[in-house]
Design a protein around this ligand. Structure first.
Ligand code: TXA
Ligand code: MG
Length: 393
């Protein structure tokens, strides 16, 4: 077989991926497969998402350019934000947005958050921007706060799950901001995980969950906040926290100037919660069973395990204060007793448990203080047994 070798000169990953994308359709001219199986395997290897890093100004610029190119062409791209990685698409274009639902296997009744990077984008997404909305936005943006407001006609209905409101967020991650600016349109982006799986806080987490379903992941390092944004509905007379996060209900209250009914520990009948369809389902769950327990001594912890007929060798303990010493546990993770540091680390711990299929994860009950409310919420959901009829049970 005589073949002309393609001559290739590349300076960075982006150029390499462009060359590979050009060569792929010509694979049968260049390569000879001895079976359909080996051809299928070759294609599978090439369907793993490309990861671009942003460690130097040149790499950063190249990653922004490639992400924007694909987003402008109507594709989805996984991008880092300060909270968790998002799976982004052009928020003006319903066709692009539908690819997000497809890649994640997300039910279409769960609305998406729209990410913006300047005030004119904010105004083009919303139809009624109140002084209170402006106060909250100016206090917490860019940052991990999503405001649910009346949507403008420009937002397609599949972004909002047919609803009249839209969740808007101005993220602080510089890569995300640069990509939105390069695109010139806002980006609809849910967390970049399969529906009902844990949110990703690193590019590797995205690759493990969605790698064979998307083409490109930008690696912006480990997420700084580590849990998803606080979602607040401000369409009524009072703001309602639909999903707690690291911006606490108390700090929103301070800016709003009136009492904020925070989502209660025990749930309740707050109608506003039911207005967030995504919160009705079991979410954020690792594959193994997760329980949140309190113990004072290692003996106390072992008693609880025995009561539930668990062997220490099946158990990964995640603790911050009462750290067991026994070497018979499957593993012990020690997190800092600091809400910011804890939030930054917890999902990575759960992902690590997922990767090796830990049967039982025992999490030490975090402090019952407002700064920990977002963390309590995620642990509660991760420990939920099945789809609940209420968000916070
Ligand atoms: O930090 C975050 O919020 C991340 C990053 C990527 O920005 N995004 C994220 O998106 O967590 P997602 O789709 O995984 O969660 C968004 C939540 C869902 O529970 C959804 O139901 C709710 O926000 N939500 C979105 N738009 C809404 C709306 N118009 N009304 C009520 N709830 C809404
Ligand atoms: Mg999510």
């Amino acid at each position: 077989m005589e073949i002309t070798k393609p001559r290739v000169s590349v300076k960075n990953d982006v150029q390499l991926f462009q060359v590979l994308a050009e060569l792929l359709p010509r694979k049968n001219e260049i390569l000879e497969f001895n079976s359909r199986d080996s051809e299928a395997m070759f294609m599978r290897m090439n369907s793993v998402a490309k990861i671009l890093t942003i460690g130097t100004p040149e790499l950063f610029a190249a990653a922004v350019q490639e992400a924007a190119r694909q987003l402008c062409a109507g594709e989805v791209v996984a991008l880092p934000t300060e909270t968790v990685y998002g799976l982004a698409a052009n928020a003006w274009d319903s066709g692009s947005v539908s690819k997000i639902y497809e890649a994640k296997g997300r039910p279409t009744d769960n609305p998406l958050i729209v990410h913006v990077a300047d005030w004119s984008m904010v105004h083009s997404c919303v139809s009624n921007w109140s002084p209170a909305a402006d106060r909250l936005a100016r206090s917490f943006w860019p940052g991990p706060l999503t405001l649910v407001v009346e949507k403008s006609a420009r937002i397609p209905l599949n972004v909002t799950a047919e609803g009249s409101t839209v969740g808007i967020r101005w993220p602080s991650h510089p890569l995300m901001q640069a990509v939105i600016q390069a695109c010139g349109f806002p980006l609809a982006a849910p967390s970049a995980n399969l529906a009902n799986a844990l949110s990703p806080t690193s590019a590797e987490h995205v690759q493990a969950g969605l790698g064979d379903r998307i083409g490109l992941i930008i690696d912006g390092g480990r997420c700084d906040v580590g849990i998803e944004s606080t979602v607040v509905d401000i369409t009524g007379a009072q703001p309602h926290v639909l999903r707690p996060g690291m911006i606490s209900a108390a700090s929103i209250l301070q800016v709003w100037g009136e009492a904020v009914p925070a989502v209660s520990e025990k749930g309740g009948s707050n109608a506003s919660i039911l207005r967030s369809p995504g919160l009705l389902k079991k979410h954020y769950s690792p594959r193994g069973k997760l329980v949140v327990w309190k113990w004072e001594t290692e003996t106390g912890l072992r008693h609880q395990l025995a009561e539930h007929q668990w062997q220490a060798s099946d158990v990964q303990v995640i603790a911050y204060r009462h750290i067991p010493r026994g070497s018979d546990f499957r593993g012990i993770s020690i997190l800092r007793e600091d809400p910011q540091a804890y939030a930054r680390a917890i999902f990575a711990e759960l992902h690590a448990c997922d990767a090796v299929e830990v049967p039982l994860i025992v999490v030490e009950l975090p402090p019952l203080e407002p700064a920990w409310e977002g963390i309590h919420d995620r642990l509660r959901r991760a420990s939920a047994q099945e789809a609940s009829t209420h968000a916070l049970h």
